[in-house]
Design a protein around this ligand. Sequence first.
Ligand code: KMH
Ligand code: ZN
Length: 311
Amino acid sequence: MKEHSNVIVTAALTGAIHVPSMSPHLPVTPEELIEDGIAAAEAGASIIHIHVRDPETGRPSSDLDLFREVAAGINEETDAIVQPTTGGSAEMDIDERVAVVPELEPETASCNMGSMNFGLYPILRAQDEFKQDWEPTYLDESREFIFANTFGDIERLLEIFDRHGTKPELECYDVGHLHTAKHFLDRGLLEPPLRIQFVMGIHGGIAAEASHLVHMYETAEKLFGDTYSFSVIGAGHKEFPLGVQAVSMGGHVRVGLEDNLYLEKGTLAESNAELVEKMVRLTKSVTGRDVATPQETREMLDLKGYEKVQF
Ligand code: KMH
Ligand code: ZN
């Protein structure tokens, strides 16, 4: 039985799945993202995962100035690890998605481990009214979207990450993605310790079910043994059940409005910090594990440190 470390809690502030009409609390502008990110860090998140949005419309954006402003703003007040996305949104190509890495040289960024369908259109059934025209179109067009992360793409991304000292967080949406990570580890394009995120409950990926989490875990244990740690996203209402399961199994956890808008059934979360607070409370009361500080997280994940980023 492995000794369980303190728990790394990630807050994913806004993402590119939800549209602003779904919650008035989804942070959109740089000011909102900074304020929400700081509060999430103060509530116990040591990693703040960021996407950015057009401040006028809330549409997902790849604007590097926005990324810089948000990352710098969060680190003005906290020592949390700011982790930009390279997953971006359905409307961005891979070069646009990864540009944030050479630009900001962050300590870590997400790196997606495979191509897949990524359906947002089921949201249309639950949401009757949209404040802006782009929102229903954006969701509807996901029927035809392939989230492309070919072997060639991943190879290129990992080389870029390596050049800039940025540790990839390996986003694995299904069991095959774990084998892809192992392939890149064997080829020397990834270096241990690996940081793997099991992304569960995306329409097109593995479902957010307890038994599937066990299978992801057992597969990762077999492939990576002592050379990795894992974190779990349970999308939607599975955020807390899978989060509790993850921390009970010795893993880490991600919560946030990118993945789930509700604090509990029928109650929208008013901030990312509320979701972090709830997860921290559950972690401590169910497992007795404490939450990792940013410094402990840097050590566990072997990150280069804030002094080496470019923001
Ligand atoms: N959006 C999530 C399903 C990324 O940004 O690169 C996973 C994610 C990946 O956060
Ligand atoms: Zn993301």
